[in-house]
Unconditional design. Sequence first.
Length: 161
Amino acid sequence: MMSQYPEQGLGARGVESDADESYQRYREEDRSLGEIVSEVMDNASTLVKQEVELAKVEAKQSASRAGKGIGMLVGAAVTALMALVALTLLLWWLFAILIGSSADPALGWSGLIVTVIWLVVSGILAAVGKGELDKIKGLPNTQETVKKIPNAAKGNEEENR
């Protein structure tokens, strides 16, 4: 039966295992355990700093998009209000005269028609603003790279590709 000792490079079945290869690399290293741990801690610290920086950049981009979407919704509300105040009277009277007559305007029906028109305009503006907000995807790059950390910590970076 073959030996499982890494010095001989072969496992129980005569094939080098990943653990044996890893142990061989460790035995060939000319560094102390403290140096290796220090390097691992430095690498982990760098990784965390990079992830935090990526999160900041993505958060800024998402906030910018959210601001644009909210601005559109506020613009929709203000525009609807101003338009209702300025144009409602004009349209109300115009429809009242068209439906009725100059002498006897149909104020009730014309008021209803004008209200429906402004509700449609408001709905369109709100839909555009909501569309802008729906484009926000959070922090997609950060989420993807954070998923890769466990494999990188185990030394299996190739599984992340």
